[in-house]
Ligand binder design. Sequence first.
Ligand code: CTP
Length: 396
Amino acid sequence: MTLSGRHVLLGVSGGIASYKTCMLARRFIEAGAAVDVVMTASAAQFVRPTTFEALIGRPVLTSLWERDRALAHISLSREPGLVVVAPATANLLARVAQGIADDLLTALLLARTGPVLVAPAMNDMMFAHPATGRNLELVENRGWSIIGPESGPLAEGSSDLPGRMSEPDAIFVAAERLLRQADSRLAGRRVLVTAGPTRELLDPIRVITNRSSGRMGFALARAAYARGADVTLIAGPTALAPPIGPDVMRVESTADLAEAVGNALPETDVLLMAAAPADYRPAAPESTKRRRSDGAIAVELHPSVDVLETTRSRRKGGSIAVGFAYETEHGIARARAKLERKGLDLVVLNLDEEGSGAEVETNRVTLVSADAAQELPLLPKSDAAERILDAVERLL
Ligand code: CTP
């Protein structure tokens, strides 16, 4: 529940994309936010207020003239931590750019001084019109954030030009970041996250790798981005969809990972080394495919480079480095030894038990520092990521 205690106002203007705003309202509710919805009269032609009321569990406001909510436009302009206008039609943008306040949504936007996120959606030609461009520039110069529009299918057919509203997931990610960055020490910091396994070639077809799914690292990248950090995610081969927000770089072998981490380190404020690099590489990979018909083989494996240890001297002064360890025995003692050897501020120790570790959605970890060990309960990896970042913020 990353948004519990937060209040979001969703302003909906009259575009077909308003059906997607229903999904967005739901995302905010699932994240624990309190949500108010204000609709323009034309929005209510596309989606009935009852739909939003069922989703948010509150009355939807559509008019300046509701007797029991006199001055609603003023309270609604002040109270929410964020106002999200999705979709923002060409007409809505024109009205707010000019300071027109002829309905509840435009009146509250005129009185608004806090953050506003706008998701334009309209026909591609309407978006390309210089009037719309100027209106958008006006609201952006006032400090409002804009997301999209994207190119792709529109109600009237597909287009290569922008017009289509950004997807609810992308709007949610941008909104969460605007809400959370104000009280995070990670805001504006450069965070480097590594995730997933690496793999080493045995021959051109076969590889040596491990069971890491990359979920923990991806969850950390997502959570750090939501806190306002500037996030780079270096990922080994995984089947996971890339998170929205972070810059994503792909690597294959442990040596590739070491090089990518080394290049990024001088700029990095927080290194979260959640990757599980392949610890061994074949001493002499074959250049052609080995034939099974040749019978049994013995492969000589050499330990791969230790990324944390070899890049230690390139870390920025005052930066924080976090390692991850998966142990089957002597967990805390081994985690402390790694802390020391790899020059880390924290080791996230993963215990080898049911429901925790590789290939599952949950983790039970202990946060091990030089002088403390904090045991966390079994948590979804997204929640574990939040707790790990809380610890990182304390270290900062
Ligand atoms: N790590 C690394 N380079 C490697 C292997 C691991 O930088 N070649 C990092 C991991 O990303 C992790 C931490 O070191 O953050 C601990 O990983 P682990 O595999 O437990 O450490 P090893 O050094 O491989 O130690 P062990 O002898 O227990 O395998």
